[in-house]
Design a protein around this ligand. Structure first.
Ligand SMILES: [Mn+2]
Length: 349
């Protein structure tokens, strides 16, 4: 038995009412996710779309900036039939109502780039440092491990029937954002995770998590390992150029498992942007605070104490930018510790 008192159902019920009132207005509805949406964003968007349809008989469009490139996420969209389309920042306000999920306006990681770009915001990240947005409705719970948990509460509060596909999506969203409840998970996440698992399609889950990976994926992995540096208990990986920005978070996650490490950072260029992703074994590193200092004056960043990210425009001289980023990473994450390569090149025969 799970303990539903750990969920904030009364608050969620009031929130569902408010956000449906906002969406009731005439005009099309956009549910916007971050650029390169992850499973938590996709699941949250899917749930919100169902809630809006059930409550108002209106079909919302799900949109994202960037690309949805990661094989696992594409498999999720295919298997659970989540239709989403690319949206440019300048097209966001073509929609009458904009609901941003798993991100916040002006956070730098989504197409809501202006103060008034979103009417509804549902998220579990800290409020970005530079943000001055004022949506009509915001439900931001930094203590939660996943936005999917907030949407799960909404569905329960609205007494909306949860299909196997929707349960699968939300379960996967919580599972991947919290690394099986091992990271940044609140009591509400635990309850949602347990209740959703019973309804989730485990075959589809397995197919999503083990989706076939293109050759380029391993090529990038190879590069990140070849460039890997260790400074004290921090491991730093770099991928000079990637087609898929989600690889940086994935490599940061992977390298955090290197024995003896407390913190892992992966960075590199994708398109015109330099991405940074940080993971740490516990909150003492305060990944979000440090990454904000790394990109200060260059770009934007944020997140949680154990996982954070940032973006910087690559500018006209991306190589110099990458070098500058590396120096700042060392300053913030491993001052006074000379970095050394993780692998030494074999000597020529
Ligand atoms: Mn999330």
């Amino acid at each position: 038995m799970t303990d539903q008192s750990r969920l904030n159902l009364a608050q969620s019920e009031a929130n569902v009412k408010t956000l449906l009132e906002i969406c009731r207005r005439p005009g099309r509805i956009l549910i916007l996710m971050q650029n390169n949406p992850d499973p938590d964003a996709l699941a949250s968007a899917m749930a919100l779309r169902e809630l809006i349809h059930a409550g108002l008989r209106k079909r919302a469009v799900i949109g994202y900036g960037g690309v949805c490139g990661r094989a696992e996420n594409r498999a999720m969209m295919n298997l659970l039939r989540i239709e989403a389309r690319f949206v440019k920042p300048e097209s966001v306000r073509d929609y009458g109502t904009v609901c941003l999920v798993d991100a916040q306006p002006m956070a730098g990681n989504n197409a809501a780039t202006t103060e008034d770009a979103a009417d509804v915001v549902i998220d579990h990240h800290e409020v970005p440092e530079k943000a001055s947005y004022r949506p009509e409705f915001a439900d931001i719970r930094p203590e939660y491990g996943a936005t999917s948990t907030i949407l799960y509460e909404y569905l329960l509060a609205a007494e909306h029937p949860i299909s196997n596909d929707l349960a699968t999506a939300l379960f996967y969203g919580i599972q991947s954002d919290t690394q099986e409840l091992g990271r940044e998970a609140s009591p509400a996440d635990v309850v949602a995770f347990q209740e959703l698992f019973v309804k989730a399609d485990t075959k589809k889950l397995s197919r999503m998590r083990r989706a076939p990976l293109p050759r380029e994926y391993f090529e990038m992995l190879h590069e990140s390992l070849a460039n890997c540096m260790v400074a004290d208990k921090t491991v730093i990986s770099m991928i000079r150029h990637s087609e898929h920005p989600d690889i940086f978070a994935e490599v940061a996650d992977l390298m955090l498992r290197l024995e003896g490490m407390r913190c892992s950072i992966c960075y590199g260029k994708c398109g015109d942007t330099i991405y940074l992703s940080v993971r740490s074994v516990d909150g003492r590193t305060n990944a979000a605070e440090r990454i904000v200092r790394v990109v200060r004056g260059l770009g934007s960043g944020g997140g949680h104490r154990t996982m954070a990210g940032a973006q910087i425009p690559a500018g006209g001289q991306p190589e110099q930018r990458l070098d500058a980023v590396y120096k700042r990473i060392l300053e913030q994450f491993a001052p006074d510790h000379p970095p050394r390569p993780l692998f030494v090149e074999p000597a020529p025969i």
